[in-house]
Design a protein around this ligand. Structure first.
Ligand code: ADP
Ligand code: G6P
Length: 498
């Protein structure tokens, strides 16, 4: 329940995110003559927040990126959703191609994403970033203006992720003092050494300190944020014990809450799956194999080349596994057009081809790689069927796939091989097989450990992990966020009848 724990005083909830919960599209190839179809909420976050915003009859502000999005909105960009049961306002922001190029592909994903994932070499430090940052500011301003159109003294504004580093302060300036601004930063926060590479370091910190509450997945990121504030922002006072930052007359409280998944739904869906043989055969995988599984966006932070190197080492060391073990890698192209993502895609595809030609036979491939769309039902089936799920990011704020796998492992016989550099490892590390993805030999040995683990041991570990994943699921995450928001908001004087 969202109300009981913190939002009893909630009268107006405004969510801000880059990705929208519903997208309107013209039916395939029919252009603007065609009938309009609605895409359901896709990822974990949008799907998880949707019921909360529904219940609150709130407002959701997001980038309208569907080709029919603005055919269904009013002149202000607003449309009532969900389509079948209108309960809240989706306010779409229309962005020009240039704005998308600079704000989304540019500053968000070629400065902040590599910065926060500790890939300083991939930060766009040419001349482009200054222009990209201008657009990032402009887009943040447009979102802030949209918030101001809806906000009252009773509002709680809840901002999602790194696309909106400047928005909190811009919003603060425009809305009543009594309204509460909270933000969840879904990706890691970098070390002060790496943060030095941020071309707009001070403005970004000042922006984020417009929040009343700033949330991270794990304590480490919140601590690093405080260290960066202390080092890079004159005039800020950091209270490391109480996790408070005072700046320019305002106070920002830091909080951690490890995001979870909708575990019950994954569990139920996995139970309903009627076998995966046909699906595996479609991919050219024999249903008899011992199955390794990888599921990722095609992103350089996910450690996919490192995973392929470990698999190659594994097959070198274990000739008896050839023909018997297959690794299925499901990847979704992401942020295509950004050179680092294009290069990664090429590298991954060519490495798979090379390894397959080294070990593959007429009727068996060591690695089956697909970018094909797989429905949520089939995904749950694969999670359930996998003997070893391999998650090897070089750095990942949380990694929800790890939890989805655990929630779907209803037979309690799969093993999770998990990078120590994920937020998920703080939760599941004790019962996963831990890896450092850059240590190829140890990674290959971990795959051996996973595949040779006795059934009783697999069950024991999986039960522990399931306890964690069901106990701290998406709803619990939301409740903890709202409890923290509620403590600030309900005591701020805007509403004292809680
Ligand atoms: P990120 O948000 O960085 O992509 P997460 O693991 O936290 O990583 O969340 C990814 C979400 O996207 C999960 O809900 C997962 O099921 C989904 N997803 C990721 N890759 C794929 C894929 N190749 N096919 C289908 N779903 C995917
Ligand atoms: C990560 C980010 C999200 C983002 C998602 C998909 O999870 O934290 O904010 O939505 O990746 O990336 P995309 O660029 O396609 O939105």
């Amino acid at each position: 329940e969202t109300e009981g724990d913190g939002l009893g005083c909630l009268e107006s909830l405004i969510v801000v995110s880059n990705r929208q919960p519903y997208r309107h599209e013209y039916e395939d190839g029919e252009g603007d003559e065609g009938s309009i179809v609605v895409d359901e909420p896709a990822g974990g976050l949008t799907a998880g927040l949707d019921p909360v915003v529904r219940e609150a009859n709130g407002t959701w502000i997001a980038w309208g990126d569907g080709d029919a999005d603005f055919a269904v909105t009013d002149d202000d960009g607003c449309v009532a959703v969900p389509p079948d049961e209108e309960s809240y306002t989706l306010h779409r922001i229309e962005l020009s191609e240039e704005a998308v190029d600079s704000y989304y592909y540019g500053f968000s994903n070629q400065v902040l994403w590599p910065l926060c994932h500790e890939f300083p070499d991939l930060i766009d430090d040419g001349d482009a970033w200054a222009n990209d940052f201008e657009w990032y500011r402009t887009v943040n301003e447009r979102f802030a203006d949209a918030v101001a159109e809806h906000a009252t003294a009773e509002s709680v504004v809840w901002i999602q992720d790194y696309h909106f580093g400047l928005a909190p302060r811009l919003i603060r300036r425009q809305i009543p003092e009594a309204a509460t601004i909270a933000h969840f930063w879904h990706i890691p926060w970098p070390t002060p050494e790496t943060f030095a590479e941020c071309p707009a370091d001070e403005e970004l910190l000042v922006g984020l300190l417009g929040n009343d509450l700033l949330g991270f997945h794990v304590d480490r990121y919140a601590r690093l944020f405080m260290e960066c504030v202390e080092q890079y922002l004159d005039g800020a006072v950091v209270d490391h014990d109480r996790w408070l930052v005072d700046y320019d007359g305002g106070t920002t409280r830091l909080a951690t809450a490890a995001m979870g998944v909708d575990a019950d739904t994954y569990d139920e869906t996995a139970r309903e799956v009627e076998g995966t043989d046909a699906l595996l055969e479609r991919f050219g995988v024999s249903p008899e194999v011992t199955l390794g599984l990888g599921v990722d966006r095609l992103d350089y932070s996910k450690g996919i080349p490192e995973r392929l190197a470990a698999l190659e080492r594994f097959f070198e060391r274990n000739p008896d596994r050839r023909g018997e073990f297959t690794f299925l890698q499901k990847a979704t192209p992401s942020r295509t057009g950004i050179p680092a993502y294009e290069r990664l895609g090429e590298l991954v595809r060519s490495e798979v081809t090379r390894i397959n030609s080294r070990f593959g036979t007429d009727d068996w491939q060591p690695i089956v790689y697909t970018e094909e769309y797989v429905s949520r039902e089939h995904l749950c089936g694969l999670y359930r069927r996998a003997d070893a799920m391999v998650i090897s990011p070089l750095l990942d704020g949380m990694n929800l796939v790890a939890q989805e796998f655990v929630a779907s492992s209803v037979d309690e016989d799969g093993v999770l091989v998990l990078s120590e550099h994920t937020g998920a490892h703080e939760r599941l590390g004790a019962d996963a097989v831990t890896i450092d993805p850059t240590d190829t030999d140890a990674f290959a040995a971990a795959l051996e450990t996973a595949l040779e683990m006795p059934a009783s041991e697999r069950r024991r570990r999986m039960r522990n992990m399931r306890e964690d994943v069901f106990g701290a699921d998406l709803e619990a995450w939301m409740d903890s966020q709202f409890a923290a928001i509620g403590r600030l908001h309900c005591s701020s004087g805007s509403d004292d009848d809680e």
